[in-house]
Design a protein around this ligand. Structure first.
Ligand code: ADP
Length: 449
């Protein structure tokens, strides 16, 4: 049940409830209508027989049945019998047993074969003449036929009503939940694309879901403006810090060039210089990230020979790699794709620098194209990333083990976040496969020709 959608659950519930109501109403109707119809039939039979009694009399010693005697009326057959049970008037229904016993003024139910009859007899006595029986017979199938046809009509129409109710209910709930689905898709696309400018379309009407959508959009509006304000703040601060850090760096360079008086002074200048360089890199990263997120980076997608670009990047990286690590490559030649070469290179550098930093003995760079997509994969045999960290490494400033890398000037936990942003700008993405202690493989997927 829990696996079904809410729409289906509501529809099923109402359809079953409707079916239950319909069946109980039908049963109730059958019981009530049967007894009402039977008592109506009794009334009809008795009235006709009582009426016919007046039309039977003796005239000059002769039994005379008046013309007004109704032998057959409203399904009731009326008959006249002499005192020794000889029929002198009327015709019996085919299967009614002629020998049925006579009982005065009592309505009885007689079963004959598969037919049922209501019978009402009246004994007429005269002072100077023999008695006469008047019998009324009403076949009950003509009566229950009404119930039967009622039942048949109900049997045909009620399932249609149940189906109509189910289909109608399903349609209404599906329509109502459409907006919820759209909201869900919006949240998904915000999560995937981090695009807070998206809004849920508001439909006409005044229902609760519409109110939820309006509130949801309001919340997105506020979130977007606070995120924008945060990004602006980071961007402004980074911008403001750039000049003082450049001045510190320039002063360090100048002072170091002036032959400091002693070793201690030189060492402290070197420490200041290293830290200032670290700050400088941090500022550059922060500015890159905020520009990427604010959409200020004008990405220029140009048809590029990605194979040649990656080959030159690998050669460059191999030159700067420490001797204990070898960089190998498996590059499929002739892959062309619409990329922004400097940003594409940035992704490669961020991934390869990590692979070299965390790898043990070798790094493999692979490039191939398949089904309109290009894949750049950087594999290392390093420490790997634990499953619980694999989601988090894409966050800004996240470092799995800061103590391990804090002494490194360029470890800030920003490289992957930037790479992911760039991949999104290329309408692609980055995925990770990693096993602790065995190594990691990052794959940058991008549309290719
Ligand atoms: P950093 O500048 O610290 O490398 P990144 O955003 O590039 O920042 O990476 C975030 C964290 O992900 C790193 O601190 C590191 O713990 C982990 N990481 C990234 N690449 C690898 C890799 N190839 N092997 C193991 N861990 C990695």
């Amino acid at each position: 049940m829990k696996k079904m959608s809410i729409t289906l659950r509501i529809t099923l519930w109402y359809a079953l409830l409707m079916l239950l109501i319909v069946l109980s109403v039908l049963g109730f109707m059958m019981v009530i209508s049967d007894s009402i119809i039977q008592s109506n039939a009794e009334g009809r039979l008795n009235t006709i027989v009582e009426y016919n009694i007046d039309e039977v009399e003796y005239d000059d010693g002769e039994l005379e049945i008046d013309n007004a005697f109704e032998s057959f009326k409203n399904g009731v057959s009326s008959l006249v019998y002499t005192a020794d049970f000889l029929r002198v008037e009327g015709r019996l229904p085919d299967s009614f047993p002629e020998e049925t016993e006579f009982v005065d003024s009592q309505t009885r139910l007689i079963n004959a074969d598969s037919d049922r009859y209501l019978v009402y007899d009246r004994l007429l006595t005269f002072k100077k003449h023999p008695s006469v029986w008047v019998r009324g017979v009403l076949p009950l199938d003509t009566v229950s036929g009404v119930t039967d046809s009622l039942f048949q009509t109900a049997l045909f129409t009620l399932p249609i009503l149940v189906v109509l109710a189910a289909v109608g209910g399903y349609w209404i709930t599906k329509r109502a939940f459409r907006q919820v689905r759209v909201m869900n898709q919006t949240v998904e696309s915000i999560t995937e694309g981090r695009d807070l400018s998206r809004r849920v379309p508001i439909e006409d009407g005044r229902d609760e879901i519409r109110a939820l959508a309006v509130n949801f959009n309001g919340m997105l509006e506020r979130l977007e403006s606070s995120f924008e304000a945060e990004k602006q703040f980071v961007s402004d601060v980074s911008h403001e810090l750039r000049t003082p850090v450049s001045v510190i760096l320039a002063q360090c360079e100048y002072s170091l060039g002036q032959e400091p008086p002693d070793k201690e002074t030189r060492d402290s200048f070197l420490v200041v210089q290293r830290q200032a360089e670290r700050m400088h890199r941090l500022i550059v990263h922060l500015l890159t990230i905020t520009r990427l997120e604010q959409g200020q980076f004008r990405i220029v997608l140009q048809n590029t020979d990605v194979s040649a670009l990656v080959l030159s990047l690998v050669e460059e990286a191999a030159d700067l790699t420490p001797g204990y690590i070898t960089v190998r490559h498996e590059i499929q030649p002739g892959i062309y794709a619409p990329v922004d070469a400097p940003l594409f290179s940035r992704v490669f550098q961020n991934l390869s620098q990590n692979a070299i930093k965390y790898g043990k003995s070798h790094v493999i760079v692979s490039l191939w194209a398949e089904g309109g997509k290009g894949f750049l994969k950087v594999t290392d045999d390093g420490i790997g990333i634990a499953p619980e960290d694999q989601e988090k490494i894409w966050q800004r400033f996240y470092q799995v083990d800061p103590a391990r890398t804090s002494d490194e000037a360029h470890s800030m936990g920003l490289g992957l976040s930037i790479a992911k942003q760039i991949a999104l700008l290329h309408h692609g993405g980055i995925t990770l496969e990693s096993k602790t202690g065995e190594g990691s493989a990052f794959t940058f997927m991008f549309p290719s020709f």
